[in-house]
Design a protein around this ligand. Structure first.
Ligand code: SAH
Length: 345
């Protein structure tokens, strides 16, 4: 059985190539073709001999997901991709264009087990974890289709990264590797619904990678309603883990807070959030909700402009660093999981 070469890290490939009688620098050459030149066919790797090329194609293939749909925002070039994987499952990735850099938002699972009520991904259920190669291939496929050089990566697409911990960590190390994409750990962020023990593991395994926690509410009462996983891992446990994480890494932690009209946008919520985060090196990302059709009782509407400002002022007053996230790609299916759902009909 041929194997997807993208699922191997550098050290594993050196070993695999060794078994074929290929020297270590052959791995460097192949990675250079893949990550720099975006060549995914061994036959086109002309600095390898014909024999070596056929040795490699007997043992490996390079799986790049098939592009099913691509939407480019006319406003800010935000590009949303829908990919088909080898087994027919579909996932999304997004490219975000900033004046000085291009950021990629990538998926870690097909669907998501967390099932947050405001998120389109969870509503379609959970199918499976992505392999490290499937995670990495989103980056090279986007670079290849849009001819850009991705400088920053956020693990913020479909799925819960810390529930696919091993493959996620492996993919980060592959993307960070000097001989590969060579993206600095500091330019990679992982966003999680908040899984305390995995947050601590991450602090030890990838201390330079940035962490974002999707908090969305300052009390268990409210968070239970929108983030079902909160019944398993409470707000207090998550904040405790975030503080431990900070002790280990010295990193600032970002907290994402989706603002939902007349649910969690009150002054009282902001005050409670400030109390929760005070004394920590916390940064709050305020995200006015991207409305999706609601399945439950709760109305998921964007807060009034003044309510968003009012929330921000309370955090400012308490010296909690924050920003209101500027929306990108508003003219395309922007919210997570929407493109995939539309294709499923
Ligand atoms: N499971 C991880 C990563 C995927 S979600 C996590 O929970 O962080 C990535 C971010 O998109 C999260 O902060 C999530 O809350 C946000 N998000 C999901 N649906 C959204 C919506 N409808 N509007 C605004 N943000 C949304």
């Amino acid at each position: 059985m041929r194997k997807n070469l993208l699922d191997f890290n550098y050290e594993e490939l050196v070993e695999e190539f060794g078994k074929l009688g290929l020297e270590k620098f052959r791995v460097d050459q192949v990675w250079d073709w893949i990550y720099k030149k975006k060549v995914f066919d061994f036959e086109a790797m002309t600095n390898l001999s014909k024999e070596n090329r056929s040795l490699l194609s007997e043992r490996f293939y390079i799986y790049i997901p098939e592009l099913l749909d691509m939407q480019i925002s006319a406003i800010d070039k935000t590009t949303k991709f829908l990919w088909k994987l080898e087994d027919g499952n579909t996932i999304e990735s997004v490219l975000l264009f900033h004046p000085d850099r291009v950021t990629a938002c990538i998926s870690t699972q097909v669907g998501c087990p967390a099932k947050c009520v405001f998120c389109a991904t969870g509503q379609s259920g959970f199918v499976r974890n992505l392999s490290a190669g499937e995670i990495v291939s989103q980056i090279i496929a986007m670079e290849s289709h849009r001819r850009v050089n991705i400088g920053n990566i956020v693990y913020m697409g479909m799925g819960e990264p810390l529930l696919n911990y091993i493959e996620v960590v492996k993919s980060v190390k592959i993307l960070n590797h000097k001989k590969g994409k060579n993206i600095s750990m500091r330019r990679i962020s992982i966003s999680t619904v908040g899984i305390p023990e995995k947050i601590i593991e991450l602090a030890n395994d990838l201390p330079e990678v940035k962490l974002a926690i999707s908090l969305h509410a300052p009390t268990n009462y409210k968070r239970d309603i929108i983030v079902p996983m909160n019944k398993k891992y409470s707000v207090e446990e998550i904040i405790h883990a975030a503080k431990e994480y900070q002790k280990i890494t010295k990193n600032r932690v970002t907290f994402e807070y989706i603002l939902i009209r007349e649910f969690n946008d009150f002054v009282d919520d902001a005050e409670k959030l400030a109390q929760l985060l005070k004394g920590m090196g916390a940064y709050v990302n305020l995200i006015p909700i991207n409305p999706i059709p609601s399945s439950g009782e709760l109305k998921l509407e964007r807060p009034h402009h003044w309510a968003i400002e009012r929330f921000k002022e309370v955090l400012d007053k308490h010296n909690i660093e924050n920003e209101i996230r500027k929306e990108k790609g508003t003219d395309i299916d922007a919210a997570c999981g929407q493109l995939r759902r539309r294709h499923k009909g």
